[in-house]
Design a protein around this ligand. Structure first.
Ligand SMILES: [Zn+2]
Length: 205
């Protein structure tokens, strides 16, 4: 692409670094922003600067939050004794959208994936074990994506948690293998949480 302006080219290049944004789309977005008032463009930029500077991960569950402990972990309306383990914040949002789950979460920050060089120590697994070890937890629900990495992580977590003698369940496989939680519709995801099964039973299927 030939640009008449270096400033324009730089802006387009920044946008095309985003996932799923090609140069043509980037150019369209940049030209769109260019037509806005200075004030609006300032706000656009400042929103991301503020986001990156001020966002936190909850110290208990690692969910993205404006506070050092998130609103779910501090809520008296939530069942603090049931932990739903998920891969990332998008899964928390997907499950919250189902309105079928009233416990708390634990965000791993990824899945075990030897191919991508992601091992158990790269994830927030120690934090989960520590929460369970405190002793007030009555169930751990493993709600991970039904794919190879999800299964590997499920098995690893099960081994880590089984000696605490609390129920460990996994969400029912209404979700097709190879899929991702994020792309499951709310009704299916909500139902799969309600009809969760003990992990031992799930393994034998
Ligand atoms: Zn939290």
């Amino acid at each position: 692409m030939n640009f008449s302006s270096k400033l324009l080219e730089d802006a387009v290049n920044e946008f095309s670094k985003l996932p799923g944004v090609g140069q043509k789309t980037a150019l369209r977005l940049v030209l769109h922003l260019l037509n806005k008032e200075q004030e609006e463009v300032n706000q656009f930029g400042n929103t991301f600067i503020k986001l990156k500077k001020e966002i936190k991960n909850c110290t208990i569950c690692r969910n993205i939050s404006d506070f050092s402990i998130c609103e779910i972990c501090t809520s008296h309306k939530r069942d603090q004794a049931t932990i739903c383990v998920v891969e990332d914040t998008r899964d928390v949002m997907a499950i919250e959208n189902t309105s079928q789950y009233f416990g708390v979460y634990h965000v791993l920050g990824g899945l075990i994936s030897p191919m991508d060089g992601i091992g158990p120590t790269d994830l927030f697994i120690d934090g989960l074990v520590a929460r369970v070890a405190v002793g007030d937890i009555k169930e751990v629900i493993l709600a991970l994506s039904p794919n190879m990495e999800g299964d590997t992580t499920l098995f690893y977590l099960y081994k880590k948690l089984k000696d605490f003698n609390i129920p460990i369940s996994t969400i029912a496989r209404g979700i097709a293998f190879g899929g991702e939680l994020e792309y499951t519709d709310e009704i299916t995801l909500g139902r799969s949480i309600i009809t969760r099964v003990p992990y031992e039973n799930a393994m034998m299927r």
